[in-house]
Design a protein around this ligand. Structure first.
Ligand code: IMP
Length: 433
């Protein structure tokens, strides 16, 4: 069995959660490597619905370890709320969950700073999830952040007071009337620390030890490559390394131990928040997709912007991640359409561009070039083999495979675990053996 990275090939919300949940039974551990509770993935335990934001979905498989890696930013209040909700549903969270002692901690003042930054005059807002994610990563990179190891250490009050003083100065400078009661927060976080201490450890050492014992790890990306801090549509991105490289820096498992990288993409594309979106459909057809695909954020409830499968974008994310295989989700959402546009090229200033533009201005200037494929106008949900899909759906998938240059190793056509087909003989099938 391999060590596999599963990550988003678009702007997030590709359905990775369902895929990770499905694959996790074949792995010994599932590890998150970046982001925080800005991610969201809906799961059902019996008839109860949960939105997992921080805890990897491996937690729902008894015996599978769920690891929060060093690259993740942890809001202890959000984490404990998730732990308690899962425990109330009978999940044995504390025997399966481990949190890196090198992960950084989110404080309420991070959210306040985000609000200031997003609301500032003359600034185009990013449209963040308002969870304090960006400001926490800012403190990490500025080398003044507080990590889980500090939170559970006797030194915590000293470190906290120094950081809180910094934030108080900013609050004063911006004349924030309610900067938050720093003393109360200190006491609250000391209570959180008591509960988190038994879960904190050196997860890099834990994961590498498991690999040495022949165990297999599934690395779960949050957000998607186009939201990656380096390779995404900067500055309209999240603040972490969502691309495959982040799996190594965000867990401490070296690249030499990774056996496969799998991208997840919808059969169309969506985006939440601001920023360029070349193949966006703002007509009633886009609206139809939103309704058919229930395209509303699981964390913020915001309507997702919808558009068409974007080949240049996929080729780009395949290149920077090195995808071995691609999983196409939500094929069934396209079932009703007469014809399906696919963006096959970008033009900027009348010229075809072959590289993803780096500047936000050039990204916005992209004119998408479309080819239109016939729809299949048949219900695909319930079909359990790719070869049984309507011929037009098979042609559509073949087209995506040929144009992106990446094998399609799996197709999902419904929300349930069993509504995912693996292509026989694919690289993905081998990676999962
Ligand atoms: P932040 O991660 O809250 O800083 O938000 C930065 C950008 O990433 C915004 O456009 C968000 O809408 C987007 N974003 C963050 N998390 C997710 C996610 O899980 N799915 C989709 N978009 C996300």
């Amino acid at each position: 069995m391999s060590n596999l990275i599963v990550l988003g090939a678009q702007w997030g919300d590709e359905g990775k959660g369902k895929i990770v949940d499905l694959f996790s039974e074949k792995f010994d551990a599932v590890a998150r490597y970046q982001g925080g509770h800005n991610a969201g993935h809906t799961v059902f335990i019996g008839s109860r619905k949960f939105v997992l934001k921080l805890i990897p979905s491996g937690i729902l498989r008894p015996g599978v370890s769920a690891i929060i890696g060093n690259g993740v930013v942890v809001d202890p209040a959000a984490l404990l709320e998730e732990i308690h909700a899962l425990e109330a549903a009978g999940v044995d969270v504390r025997s399966q969950l481990k949190i890196s002692n090198r992960a950084h901690v989110i404080f309420p003042f991070h959210r306040t700073i985000e609000k200031i930054s997003e609301g500032r005059e003359n600034r185009i807002p990013i449209g963040t999830t308002s969870r304090g994610i960006g400001p926490c990563y800012e403190d990490k990179i500025a080398r003044r952040g507080i990590r889980i190891a500090d939170l559970v250490d006797n030194d915590f009050p000293k470190l906290y007071c120094a950081l809180a003083e910094d934030k108080q100065l900013i609050a004063n400078a911006f004349d924030i009337a309610e900067p938050g009661d720093f003393k109360e927060i200190l006491e609250q976080y000391q209570r959180f620390a008591e509960e988190i201490r038994p879960l904190a450890c050196d997860t890099a050492s834990l994961l590498n030890g498991m690999i040495r014992e022949g165990k297999s790890i599934l690395f779960e990306g949050a957000q998607g490559t186009m939201l990656d801090i380096d390779f995404g549509t900067y500055p309209f991105v999240t603040s972490s390394s969502a691309a495959a490289g982040g799996a190594c820096t965000g867990t401490g498992v070296p690249p030499t131990k990774i056996d496969g990288i799998v991208g997840v993409s919808k059969a169309y594309i969506t985006r939440v928040g601001a920023g360029a979106f070349p193949s966006e459909d703002t007509t009633e057809v886009g609206e139809k997709i939103r309704r058919a695909g229930n395209e509303f954020g699981s964390v913020t409830g915001r309507p997702r912007r919808c558009g068409w499968f974007d080949v240049p974008l996929l080729r780009y994310t395949a290149e920077v991640n090195g995808f071995d295989s691609l999983i196409i989700t939500k094929l069934d959402v396209l079932d009703e359409l007469e014809e399906i546009p696919v963006c096959v090229a970008y033009e900027v200033d009348g010229k075809v561009v072959t590289q993803m533009p780096a500047s936000a201005r050039r990204m916005e200037a992209i004119r998408p070039v479309y080819e239109r494929l016939p729809g299949w106008k048949t219900k695909t949900q319930g079909i359990a083999q790719i070869s049984k899909l309507p011929p037009a759906a098979q042609t559509y998938l073949k087209f995506l495979e040929e144009r992106t240059g990446v094998e399609i190793g799996s197709v999902s056509n419904g929300p349930e675990r069993n509504e995912t087909m693996i292509v026989p003989g694919s690289k993905l099938e081998k990676l999962l053996q």
